[in-house]
Design a protein around this ligand. Structure first.
Ligand SMILES: [Zn+2]
Length: 290
């Protein structure tokens, strides 16, 4: 992909790079271990959304420590990610207005180093990029992108863009009330049934991520180039539940899937990418998904 007209606006951006959180003495270390174990149990799934709440440790004291040498860490990735984030907000502003007659409220992008506090609790980089519905912020430790390339084998810029567009997709789900509807079922249906709802939520965010690329090109923000779809698919394949579980345990447990298989994630991303049509993203009423 090529930028035609990238917005570097920092109006909805909070830069916490180089500002790590030191844990309070009373709980020091324990929370980090819990988060690490949970990340392992989840197969180190780098994409957490509302289920992120399970991985954060609320109510702990922590103090900010500033590391000057890391304040501008991953500056190129920051500029790129902020460009995708601003573009996604432009796309959704227009779609909300044109297709729903409603106004869109953008989330805030937060970049951080190692660990930070969020409206969903204390978060370490181990849980990966996530959207917190309580404060409407997208949290990304930019070092995750190195991990995505190194450990998960993703390739190219569209793979990186996919992550940000997916998290903004979760914000859209919050604004549309979809996230609340799904959350109402938490604890009221079996875990396997609830996991199937979570899969639909994740696949819709993947669809929204693909839709972003299509719409951003239409709005003259980016130019899609040969290999971009393949680049994004290298990421959607890498983060499928089946891929991650196989990596972590050597076998898959479909009932525990909360994000969808590699094939499902790829298919929904592709549908959004190729159609750019928001009406085709109803994963909740799709007959192919039980
Ligand atoms: Zn997600």
């Amino acid at each position: 992909m090529k930028w035609i007209n990238r917005s570097d606006s920092q109006a909805n951006y909070e830069d916490r790079r180089g500002r790590g959180m030191k844990r309070g003495a009373a709980f020091g270390g324990v929370g980090m271990i819990i988060v690490a174990i949970i990340a392992l149990l989840l197969g180190k799934n780098p994409f957490q959304a509302i289920d992120m709440v399970n991985s954060v440790v609320p109510g702990q004291t922590s103090e900010e420590v500033v590391d000057q040498s890391r304040i501008n860490e991953n500056e190129d990735l920051k500029v790129f990610t902020l460009g995708v984030f601003n573009s996604a907000n432009d796309v959704w502003t227009e779609l909300f207005k044109k297709q729903m007659g409603e106004s869109y409220r953008p989330p805030t992008l937060v970049t951080f180093t190692d660990a930070t506090s969020s409206g969903c609790g204390h978060a370490s980089s181990a849980v990966g990029p996530f959207y917190c519905p309580a404060d409407e912020k997208v949290y990304i430790d930019l070092n995750f992108f190195h991990q995505l390339i190194r450990d998960y084998g993703a390739r190219g810029e569209m793979a990186i863009a996919y992550v940000t567009a997916h998290e903004v997709g979760h914000h859209v789900q919050k604004l549309l009330g979809i996230m609340d509807q799904v959350n109402q079922y938490r604890g009221r249906i079996s875990e396997a049934e609830f996991n199937r709802l979570m899969v639909k939520l994740e696949l819709q965010a993947d669809f929204f991520a693909g839709l972003w690329a299509n719409q951003a090109q239409r709005m003259n923000t980016i130019l899609i180039e040969d290999g971009d779809l393949e680049s994004a698919i290298s990421a959607t394949t890498a983060v499928g539940d089946d891929t991650l579980q196989k990596q972590a345990m050597g076998y898959t447990v479909p009932d525990s899937f909360t994000h969808g298989t590699a094939a499902q994630r790829t298919a929904w991303y592709k549908k959004g990418f190729l159609t750019g049509d928001v009406r085709q993203g109803d994963t909740f009423n799709d007959p192919s998904l039980r």
